[in-house]
Design a protein around this ligand. Structure first.
Ligand SMILES: NC(=O)c1ccc[n+]([C@@H]2O[C@H](COP(=O)([O-])OP(=O)(O)OC[C@H]3O[C@@H](n4cnc5c(N)ncnc54)[C@H](OP(=O)(O)O)[C@@H]3O)[C@@H](O)[C@H]2O)c1
Length: 223
């Protein structure tokens, strides 16, 4: 399998890259700073720079991948939001989180669509979060993060519908609560445990899953 994972220099992306390389997959991992990618490169991952907030960077990725086939795009790069309350929300922060977590994956998918079309797999996995579930929002807080993942879920279903006739599978996936810089040390799952379950889902996703929002065991989550 040939996979491109965004935000692969640390956290879930790094562990997923490690697992995939270990079993013989070809992995392209992106990083904002090439200086942060030594571990990734040492594993045998092809490292490309990508800042999803920078249109020129996304275009450079498109050019770097032009004419190269890709089976799976894992839109993993993401940020959490600092503002937990209405009083602390700012337009600047909301816009930054939405641009990173929702707009970014769409623009990356757009840039890599022709590479994905060179493969019969044509799988786009958008790493979402259960915090993006509107039905499950019983606690409020994390305004920007929740909104960005709800938007990502909607954008995933838009892509799923539009691209289904072209053979694409587009899925929104909650990766579990994982011990990373974002997830924090109190999270119950280690990154290796989470990513082995994430990879099992990636391997199993097919056209029937397109447009779904699932957890790392493949269970459907409410929108
Ligand atoms: N950990 C959890 O419990 C949890 C739960 C639910 C969902 N998720 C989702 O899982 C994904 C991975 O999370 P994680 O826990 O591995 O987080 P993490 O350790 O904080 O890693 C985030 C990754 O995203 C990259 N990134 C951030 N902004 C970017 C940008 N503008 N352009 C390109 N890359 C950017 C980071 O790069 P830098 O190193 O340059 O900052 C880093 O590689 C995220 O989408 C997150 O929302 C995580």
């Amino acid at each position: 399998m040939i996979a491109l994972i965004t935000g692969a220099n640390r956290g879930i992306g790094l562990e997923l890259a490690r697992l995939m390389v270990a079993r013989g997959d070809v992995v392209i991992g992106t990083t904002r700073l090439m200086s942060e990618a030594a571990e990734l490169a040492a594993m045998g991952v092809t490292v490309l720079p990508l800042d999803v907030l920078d249109p020129a960077s996304i275009d450079a990725l498109r050019v770097a991948m032009e004419g190269k086939p890709l089976d799976v795009l894992v839109n993993n790069a993401g940020v959490s939001s600092e503002s937990k309350t209405l009083a602390s929300c700012t337009g600047e922060e909301l816009a930054r989180v939405l641009a990173t977590n929702a707009t970014g994956p769409v623009l990356v998918a757009k840039a890599l669509a022709s590479s994905l079309e060179m493969s019969s797999r044509r799988l786009i996995v958008n790493v979402s979060s259960q915090l993006g579930s509107i039905r499950n929002n019983t606690g409020g807080s994390s305004y920007g993060y929740r909104a960005s993942k709800a938007a990502l879920n909607m954008l995933t279903t838009c892509m799923a519908h539009e691209l289904r006739p072209r053979g694409f599978t587009c899925v929104a996936m909650h990766p579990g609560w994982v011990r990373t810089r974002m997830g924090g040390q109190q999270a119950p799952l280690s990154a290796p445990d989470a990513t082995s379950r994430i990879l099992a889902r990636i391997d199993g996703f097919g056209p029937a899953d397109s447009g779904t929002f699932v957890d790392l065991d493949g269970r459907g989550l409410p929108w």
